[in-house]
Design a protein. Sequence first.
Length: 366
Amino acid sequence: MRAIVIGTGAAGASATAELARRGHHVTTLERFGRGHVMGSSHGATRVFRVSYRKRPYTEWAGAAIPLWRQLEERSGELLLEQTGQIDHGVDEALAEITANYEAGGWSYERMSAGAAMDRWPGMRFETDVLCSPDGGRVFADRTIEALLRLAEADGADLHFDEPALAIARDGSGVVVATNRGDYAADVVVVAAGSWVTELQGWADFGITLPAFSVTEQFPVHFPIRDGFTFPSWINHDDGEASDYHFHYGAYGLESPGEGLKVGVDALENFVDLNTRTLEVPAEAMGIAAEYADRWLPGVDTTTGSAVSCLFTMTEDSDFVLDRSGPIIVASPCSGHGFKFTPILGRILANLAEGHDHGVDQWRLPA
Ligand SMILES: Cc1cc2nc3c(=O)[nH]c(=O)nc-3n(C[C@H](O)[C@H](O)[C@H](O)COP(=O)(O)OP(=O)(O)OC[C@H]3O[C@@H](n4cnc5c(N)ncnc54)[C@H](O)[C@@H]3O)c2cc1C
């Protein structure tokens, strides 16, 4: 089979590697350079967790663990560290996560706020805390590069600085136009992240994309004070007690060599991708510092560094992974897709080969 993949973020890199591993002829188009920082997949680390309120994500995160280990074996890189992960902040969230742990047979520990502060004195808690030994962190930049290297070794043809402009029908297949020429294939995997709606030609295939909102996020790394260590964490508190409201909660993790990464999604920064500057607004640093001053006494908030990164959200924060004719749409961002990277490649390759991925709700609108 001839496949074109659009994008080399988590989804595109993984699909490229998996399709090439299965012996398909793969051409991958990336609008920016190798390892660029413009999309959603750059940076050293991401939270890995099986703790989810929606059960399918717990199941998929669990299924991803052996695939991460296989990827480590193939690439010779450390990619997933299960250093532990906690949830706190809203009892209803803890109850739903507990139900999913129980259903899947995952080990967990529930402890009081006081016991948790004794264990992690660098953090403050106001509710019980759920602790999962299976969570931790994945190494993002390293993963993308490992996947691209493996894909190349298996014969994939990678084109950087070559944006796909449009898709069009070509018999039962598809032709993808770029500024350098046209590429014909049996299928195309569109893994264009925040740019998915900019690609022309969806109507030619009768595809209506769901509503996506693209926001710019600014996670901040704060230095960790001597003697403190942190698990990866999710705070389900919505920030109502503060001046700001978290849209998607707050999260963070110890990122080796960088400090404690703190993500507080309190700014509604809808972004124009064509005029974006990557500049970090002072307000973003201020909100992260205010959050850390209240919840994370183990970090120094007098200094910190932030990066710009894109969230592409569906209305319900779910993924879109679907096929229509020769077009496979992979927009698994919604702010929590990286931990699933190796499984995304499997699913996208399965869809490209004409199999079903078996998850009904992650469909394009009918
Ligand atoms: C601040 C932040 C924190 C996050 N934290 C976590 C976390 O802790 N845990 C977790 O699991 N996930 C996390 N995520 C989410 C995760 O990183 C994303 O879900 C994932 O990286 C999305 O990958 P993607 O391949 O869909 O998109 P992208 O990485 O954006 O990749 C899309 C690629 O397509 C390219 N492209 C676009 N249009 C074209 C075109 N026309 N032609 C060619 N190439 C094109 C882009 O340049 C880009 O390289 C976080 C995301 C952000 C922004």
